[in-house]
Structure formats: C-alpha cells, structure tokens
Design a protein around this ligand. Sequence first.
Ligand code: PMP
Length: 357
Amino acid sequence: MSETNPKLRAALDGIPAYTPGRPAAGGTVSYKLSSNENPYPPLPGVLESVASSAHALNRYPDMACTALTAALAERFGVPASHVATGTGSVGVAQQLLQSTSGPGDEVIYAWRSFEAYPIITRISGATPVEVPLTPGEDHDLDAMAAAITDRTRMILVCNPNNPTGNAIPREELERFLDRVPPEILVVLDEAYTEFVRDPHVPNGLELYRDRPNVCVLRTFSKAYGLAGLRVGFAVAHEPVAAALRKTAVPFGVSQLAQNAAIASLGSEDALLERVDAIVAERARVQDELVAQGWQLPVSQANFVWLRLGGRTVEFAELCEQAGVVVRPFAGEGVRVSIGETEANDLFLKAAADFRRG
Ligand code: PMP
C-alpha cells in the first residue's frame, strides 16, 4: 500500500472537534443536562405525523421543503422567499459561511459562545475573530464593532448567548447593527428565543425587516423539542435566502423532519405551555442558586451558566456522582440545561453540596 495519503485542505488542521453533551449513564438514576435539549417529548401530533410519513421512506423528501417553508412564512409573517430551511440551524449557519466567507476573509463572533462557530468558520477556510465577552459575560458589541475590517464578511451574534444564557437588549443591538457596514452579513442566532422573557430583548425578526444584511437563525431543536430530527431555518432577505438554497445539501431535511416541524407549528398552545414550564423551572433554579450564594448571569435560555474556572471539572464530576450530566468547558465554567424537576433538584443539591465544600 502506498504511504501517501490524499491531500486534505490545510484549513482542517487543528479544527477542534465538536464535543456533544455526554449522554446520561443509565443504570442508577441519571439525567442528561448537557445538551440544552427539551425534557418534554415531541408536541401533540408530531409522533402521528412521523409515523404516517414513515411508509414513504423509500422516496426522497421534498427538496424545497415547500410546505414547511409556507407554514413558516405564514407563522412568522414573512415572505416565503425569505425562508430557507436546513439540517438544524447549525447546518444553516454552515451554509451562511459557505455563502459569505472563504480563505482570507474574517468572521467575528463573541467568545465564549456556541462552540460550533469556530469549527464551521475554520471549515470554510475563513479566519475566526473571537471577541471576548465582557467581565459581566455580555457580548462586547463595541469591541466587536471595532474588530470589523475590510476583510470581515460575517458576524455571528448569539442572542441569548450559549453557554452564558444572557441576552442583548434591543437598543444595544440596534446601535451595533447601525455600525455594521451593509455589505457584511450579521447573523442573529436565536436558537433559544422562545425562552426569552425579558421584554427588552428583541425578536430578531423585527430587526431583519429593514436591514438587508441581517439574517435570523432559528431551530426546531430546543423549544419545539425536535433535536433528533435536524431541522432549522433562516429568515433573510432574498439574495441571502437564495444563497442558502444554493448551498443546501440536496434533500438534507428528511420528510419526517419536515412533517414533524409542520405539526409542531400547529401545536402552539402546547408549545407555550411547555416553554412556560421550563421558564418557571429556570426561575426556580436561578433563585435557588442565588440563595446558595452563586453569582450567575440572568439566563433567558433553557440553561444556566456557572463560571467555575479551575474548579469546573471537579464540579461536573460531583454533579455526575449526584445523577446529572452537565456540560463542562474546562477552565471556564459549567453549563447546565434546565430539565425535568427531579433532575433540576439533583443539580441544585449537588450545587449546594459543592458550596459547603
Ligand atoms: N445555535 C445555538 C446558539 C445553539 O446552542 C445550537 C445548539 N446547541 C444551535 C445553534 C444548533 O442547533 P440545531 O443545529 O440543533 O438547530
């Protein structure tokens, strides 16, 4: 056999692997609070829709996601030509990078933020420009604006931010958008928007309308509870939405996913009930942590963030022994998804035990 390997792009060297949240171990009681998943099963009508679509698995799905696109356009009051679907919002984010950025170009995002950003940026060949969060864990929008150069092609703004959970108020975000030159695409990643309760945090769909360079990214994976089906979408003005249609993996969104997403959109009342219950649990968890003496950002998402620095891994291990798997970012902190009440209770007890030493 030849010793020579196929030549691979140098851009791939050193790309960090995406670390998925670890599953719960099973056996003894153990809960997975490591991937910001929805603890509730799929919404009413979803399983029936999936089951009734399953007989056609020998067929390709509707490549254009026509019915889902129409349902999204109607639900969010936007033209269908502004909606582009993809294999999860991370798939759509990757298409946005393919559409805007390549070698020599720069992509700005806050750090720490969603861990896929550096990976998909580097896969595109572009250079990541990571702007540290403020000491209060907020996006440093002044520093992000100052980081713009004539090589900047795309800016990712995660609102609320993963993993810190806090969100940018409307005025601040608008002021930032006003400073970004119109030829640079700004992606508002709103994967957790349904969990926002702070009235000062904007709905990106209101910001995109008058700004051709703003694109909103949404997902069915979190509030809608369809993480396993891989479907997300962007709302963007036509040139960007058209670029997303060009860069889509053909037939990437399965028919099961399309039909389940449509069924989910039809179950808004049940969706709201579940999201409200998660938000109530989030408030309970936050209040209890504060009562225990922790300092943490006010989360607008379905998780909380504890900046534990050098004690991150130790804390994650303690949680695991207590029956909850959390998501450590070694040396930085731990992100803990809001899950079932029993899971949240186990986490709170572990947090209290940790403080007692
Ligand atoms: N954006 C953010 C901020 C996320 O946290 C996630 C999921 N962890 C995603 C996008 C991607 O979600 P999905 O691909 O499942 O839509």
